[in-house]
Design a protein around this ligand. Structure first.
Ligand SMILES: NC(=O)c1ccc[n+]([C@@H]2O[C@H](COP(=O)([O-])OP(=O)(O)OC[C@H]3O[C@@H](n4cnc5c(N)ncnc54)[C@H](OP(=O)(O)O)[C@@H]3O)[C@@H](O)[C@H]2O)c1
Length: 262
């Protein structure tokens, strides 16, 4: 039995494969396939050292990850006969019970983000009702190789997608707003971006190791009346908290609407 088949060779598939190889999975244990763009498939084989196939038998693999666009997922599942693999879809707006109904196998819907390429991903895992502990552990272990995971479900998936998938754009917006202050002070654009990005990365690292409330963490760096305190005061006066919560709610709402349209 071969290890892992990636059906779809687009940006998410590549990001996951890069992360998995970096985590120690042998490139030869990963097989990739797509339907049209063979040039890309061969380029990925040359660059990453993975196996590629132009026609696949899904039952040759322990795990099959569906990484095509969402509208192709159910037709693909229905077009195959499923006997053995653990079926994982990373497509948005697909629900595990749909995969299980179409395949007759336990299935997992995973929602990764592209930082998986650097093993800093955040992946939501929505386990199908037919999955058992072994399936869940296998899917969890696979995605924890490339970051962290959280269990999601029908109710929480939209908020998860907004927080893990959309919020990087919010953070880029914040970095974009802060860098001019540094370039005005004399740093070049790249250094300015690295300074803010590194401060953000360090704060994220600290947050992921801390369980104290964010107000307490702020108090650690903001002496009353000092420069941090004055800056935080500006954020509070302009109600950044409301802006950020509203942005996240809006992204979660849009996602919900697109599920309804699908
Ligand atoms: N990009 C993200 O940040 C992100 C985040 C979370 C989830 N996702 C999900 O990941 C999936 C892929 O997204 P993407 O951004 O990687 O899209 P993409 O770049 O368009 O890649 C889609 C890939 O699927 C292939 N494909 C399409 N139909 C196929 C089929 N029937 N059999 C085999 N391969 C097929 C395409 O190649 P050919 O056309 O050559 O076949 C292409 O390689 C989507 O469902 C998306 O919802 C993406």
């Amino acid at each position: 039995m071969k290890n892992l088949l990636m059906v779809g060779a687009g940006s998410m598939s590549e990001a996951l494969v890069r992360g998995w190889i970096d985590s120690g999975i042998a490139p030869t244990d990963i097989t990739m396939t797509n339907r049209s763009d063979r040039e890309r498939l061969y380029a990925l084989k040359d660059e990453l050292g993975v196996q590629i196939v132009e026609e696949e038998n899904v039952n040759d693999y322990e795990i099959v990850v569906l990484a095509m666009q969402p509208d192709g997922v159910i037709p693909y599942v229905e077009a195959n006969t499923w006997e053995t693999p653990l079926l994982i879809s990373v497509a948005a707006h697909i629900e595990p019970h749909q995969l299980e109904a179409a395949s007759g196998l336990p299935a997992v819907c995973a929602m990764p983000n592209t930082p998986v390429a650097y093993r800093s991903g955040m992946t939501g895992l929505w386990f199908g009702p037919e999955t058992d502990e072994t399936d869940r552990a296998k899917a969890t272990a696979l995605f924890e190789r490339v970051g962290r995971t959280a269990v999601t479900d029908a109710k929480s998936m939209s908020a998860f997608m907004a927080a893990a998938g959309c919020s990087p754009a919010f953070f880029y917006e914040i970095v974009g707003a802060m860098t001019p202050v540094l370039t005005e002070a004399g740093f070049d654009q790249d250094t300015a971006r690295q300074i803010v990005a590194q401060a953000m990365k360090g704060s994220a690292e600290l947050l992921s190791h801390e369980s104290r409330e964010t107000d307490e963490l702020i108090a650690d760096v903001a002496a009353p009346g000092g420069p941090t305190d004055r800056g935080v005061g500006v954020l509070r006066k302009r109600d950044l908290a409301d802006v950020m919560a509203s942005a996240l709610r809006e992204s979660a709402k849009e996602d919900h609407e697109s599920i309804e349209k699908a």
